[in-house]
Write a protein that binds this ligand. Sequence first.
Ligand code: FAD
Length: 388
Amino acid sequence: MSAAAPFICDYDVAIIGAGPAGAACALALRASGLRVALLDKAQFPRDKVCGDAIPGHALKALRQLDPAFAEALWQLQPLDAVRQSRLVAPNGDSLWMQWKLPSFNSPRETFDTALLELVRLHTPTTILENTILKGLHVAAECVHLHLAEGAELTCQLVIGCDGANSVVRRQLLPLPLDRAHHCAGVRAYFENIKGAEAGLTEYFFTKDYLQGYLWIFPVGQGRYNVGLGMLSETVARHKVDLKQVLPELLARHPALAGRFGQARQLGAIQGFGLPLGGGRTVPLSGARFLLCGDAASLIDPIQGHGIDTAMQSGMLAAGQVLACFGKRDFSAAFLRKYDQQVAHRISRKLAKSYRLMRFLSNKPWLVNAGVRLARVPGLKPWVQKAIG
Ligand SMILES: Cc1cc2nc3c(=O)[nH]c(=O)nc-3n(C[C@H](O)[C@H](O)[C@H](O)COP(=O)(O)OP(=O)(O)OC[C@H]3O[C@@H](n4cnc5c(N)ncnc54)[C@H](O)[C@@H]3O)c2cc1C
């Protein structure tokens, strides 16, 4: 009796989502020789609700792949790039600081499109835009991806980089929403804000909502990304409507009152979820699949940045993909090595951040004291290290 012919999948690897996690994963697989597909439900350029602050660690991660990639994105920064940051404590005191790694702000519509362009230019990846993953199931020899309008694709390994509402995670590792490790965020673009500077990012803390902050981030051409993030536990407990609270705070926060009188809002206030890292250990992989970025809940609980951890995890996933194909092992046990890598390289730091966020959350006096303390010569680096 002849052996059955091996099942040939459409692709070796399918990456779902072409945001920072998916694009970084595709870039890291550029020389793998594998048949990689990168699917996204959107057509780029596409918007993404975000604060638009590109963390220095995102560029550092990209530089590890190829310095030219980081250089290409660095070109996106406006001429009047961010030079310093100002943290405003609940009592109105300010702390001026500079981040250790150079960073800049860029609307995600621009940044994510440029990142995807790198994939287009430097990899043989098949990019499938306007392609919505509706569901999937893992079979013995492949993963079946069910797309909109009844279409189907198959692959050997699937990488879930499909963001905070990940279909891959919901179908393969369903968990109820953990509001203690989830933030809600809203943002709108403004121009003509009094006292705002093109080279300055501002963070405002209020005594009522310490599990989050309000931000004003310049994004170039006289425009500012203004937003508010808050722990979902607080939002649910106090029935907070962030879209209502943001304009209220802009009008009455002691350090903001009067600054928005002449400001022009460009477009509606939009909201989205932030799955925070540093929570209980949950699996990030299983037989024939891995999760990265927001799909794996890797956002920093104190600052709310996740572009860097999305890219770092996308690159770690690529390393695991190579190991899987090297050993022809796609089992849950083998893929668990990826979880260990993420725990070691990313999640440990996020857990520290989470503990600090919870510790400070009902102590506005301590945030005030921290800001005051940071003014003592020599102590600023310690305070800065604590917040990241
Ligand atoms: C209000 C707010 C402010 C933030 N501010 C910052 C900040 O200033 N700096 C920072 O570093 N981080 C910030 N973050 C976090 C940051 O936006 C995320 O951590 C980051 O985008 C995660 O990248 P990702 O690639 O995992 O997911 P995403 O960027 O969400 O990309 C996921 C991609 O998957 C696609 N997709 C989703 N579902 C499907 C599907 N079913 N089929 C096909 N494609 C699909 C989407 O179209 C999208 O392109 C903020 C988040 C919010 C909500």
